[in-house]
Design a protein around this ligand. Structure first.
Ligand SMILES: Cc1ncc(COP(=O)(O)O)c(C=O)c1O
Length: 388
């Protein structure tokens, strides 16, 4: 597409860092992993970060180490990426979809509390589109009912929740939190993710599970020593595990991206502000709020709500024909074909359904130009006019 929906921002520094790894003999479980994990933990003012092969892998391991399993219910939004529900199934739990707050598009704490049953084991709170969920309310609910709180910050690296100066970064609120580094994310490693936590025992177990249940020490350098087929421990497996490791090349890429994160987030915020001004004249089009109480946003995508009674498919095909990519962020999970017939999908979420069918994500990336944004805004205005 001439103007893509997303576009990773890779500079010579990333290319040099990955190339340097390729000139060594250590391509997995080495010093880049150790450094990336330490830097991610420090950035979030947390004790531990465990890098994994994707955000989905991180969510899966997080549910496992939180003890969520067969017979348990996990409360989560339907207005999200399908991975959040898939991982609940992966641990044989039942996803319980609940409504969202129409302004922040995050879990509605009142709906969460109403959905709690004796089988509820965890709340999976997503920081949707880089806007932190109502974490204080969700933490209080989790505490009141003895539930685990898992924060999915895959879309929100660098966001903050709380009143300054005590505001904390997205990813530091749940018992565990997960980041995602897919190429459309604010920080990319190609594929990748991380689980953030305070507890050394949980971090140790996460490191073991991502590495086929090997007996990795809490200290990643110890894991690195063991992380080679030459070590005597390589074929010792203390529990059933997975291959969710993240390569040294990916970690090197992620370290440079993390160093550049604040400047990349500033570019995204500037692009969001430009869209806001350019799209303001389109009647009935609802733009995302540029600011929200007690939150600083890490702009992941730029998603608008089309005016009522506009044919979204038609708008998308008009824009596609003009070389402008768009996305349907997000079709509700409980309405996805794969979920039809599943008990969790037999739920009515009128707010989620009414909002989701109007959503359209516009091209949004660090280096999008003002000219490109102007073209998108003009094309969108015309497409809406001819799709009523
Ligand atoms: C909210 C959310 N959770 C989880 C994921 C899964 O991340 P990954 O694609 O790295 O597995 C994503 C990815 O887009 C996401 O947006």
């Amino acid at each position: 597409m001439r103007i893509p929906l997303s576009n990773p921002d890779i500079t010579q520094a990333e290319i040099d860092a990955v190339t340097a790894v390729l000139r060594t003999s250590r391509l997995s479980l080495g010093p880049e992993l150790e450094a990336f994990e330490a830097e991610l933990a420090a950035y979030h003012s947390l004790e531990h970060a465990v890098a994994v092969s994707s955000g989905t892998a991180g969510l899966h391991l997080a549910l496992l180490v939180l003890g969520v399993g067969e017979g348990d219910q996990v409360i989560l939004p339907s207005f999200s990426f399908v991975a959040v529900a898939n991982v609940a199934l992966q641990v044989r739990a039942t996803p319980v979809f609940v409504e969202i707050d129409p302004l922040t598009l995050n879990l509605d704490p009142v709906a969460v509390e109403q959905a709690i049953t004796p089988r509820t084991r965890a709340i999976l709170a997503v920081d949707t589109f880089g806007v932190p969920a109502q974490m204080d309310a969700l933490q209080a609910i989790a505490q009141r009912h003895g539930l685990a709180l898992l924060e999915d910050a895959c879309e929100a690296v660098g966001a903050r929740f709380g009143d300054p100066p005590t505001a904390c970064r997205a990813g530091s609120f749940g018992d565990l939190a997960v980041l995602g580094f897919y190429p459309n994310k604010q920080l990319t490693t190609g594929e990748g993710g991380a689980v953030l936590c305070r507890d050394a025992a949980l971090a140790k177990r996460l490191r073991s599970l991502r590495n086929q249940g090997r007996n990795a020490e809490a200290n990643p350098s110890a894991a690195a020593v063991q992380g080679s087929p030459e070590s005597s421990a390589w074929l010792d497996h203390v529990e059933w595990g997975y291959n969710y490791r993240l390569s040294e090349m990916a970690c090197a890429l992620g370290r440079v991206q993390l160093r550049r994160l604040e400047s990349m987030l500033a570019l995204r915020e500037a692009a969001a502000r430009r869209y806001d001004a350019l799209l303001a004249p389109i009647p009935g089009l609802e733009r995302p709020p540029l600011a929200l109480p007690r939150r600083s946003i890490s702009w992941f995508v730029y998603v608008v709500r089309l005016p009522q009674h506009v044919d979204r498919d038609r708008v998308q095909s008009i824009l596609t024909a003009r070389g402008i990519a768009t996305g349907r962020y997000f079709p509700p999970i409980h309405l996805q074909p794969a979920w039809q017939g599943h008990a969790s999908a037999a739920v009515r979420l009128p707010l989620t359904e009414a909002i989701a069918c109007r959503m359209i994500a516009l091209p949004f990336f660090n280096r999008i130009t003002a000219d490109q944004q102007q073209e998108v805004a003009e094309a969108l205005g015309e497409a809406i006019l001819s799709s009523r």
